[in-house]
Design a protein around this ligand. Structure first.
Ligand code: CMX
Length: 134
């Protein structure tokens, strides 16, 4: 694992939260992107070396909709950048973690991603991501 790539925050209304976080950070998001496969609309803020992702559900089946219904808005996941996502999937499975998908999916901001079930990581949803090389 290389570094924390971003922190994901579940929000009810992306437009309102973009305004709120723009005031907080004193800058606009550098990207707003809908990821149909994940049923989310996202925005990304660069704060120094740290990226913050805001996530709004695009429908009731979205993981974000379920999360907000159960727990309310707040920190949803921590994403770690990895050098070789396939190798990390194998390593973490061998260590006993539950990896939610066997093969990486395409996620927001030009990344291949997988998640680890929070029940196997002390209640924290962990994402692994690897930059898609063009
Ligand atoms: N962080 C911590 N715990 C979480 C969680 C989260 N983000 N989301 C769900 N949970 C908890 C629930 O509160 C519940 O706990 P309790 O049993 O104590 O109530 C438990 O996990 C439920 O687990 P589940 O029954 O297996 O299933 P859910 O339908 O709630 O799904 C999860 C949970 C993590 C498997 C699902 O949200 C998932 O697959 N997430 C990965 C995909 C995702 O989050 N996509 C959106 C982001 C995409 C992006 O970043 O671009």
């Amino acid at each position: 694992m290389l570094k924390v790539e971003h922190i994901g925050i579940a929000v009810k209304d992306l437009k309102n939260s973009n305004e709120l976080f723009s005031k907080l950070f004193n800058k606009q998001p550098y990207k707003v992107e809908t990821v149909a496969s994940e049923n989310v609309s996202t925005s990304f803020f660069q704060v120094g070396e740290t990226k913050i992702e805001l996530l709004e559900a695009t429908g009731p089946e979205s993981a974000i909709a379920k999360f907000i219904e159960k727990r309310g808005e707040g920190i949803h996941h921590i994403a770690f950048e990895v050098a070789d996502i396939e190798a990390e999937i194998v390593r973490l499975k061998n260590e006993g973690f539950t990896v939610l998908n066997d093969t990486p999916k395409n996620g927001a901001d030009n990344k291949r991603i997988v998640f680890l079930h929070p029940k196997t990581t002390n209640g924290v949803l962990i994402e692994l991501c690897e930059e898609i090389k063009q």
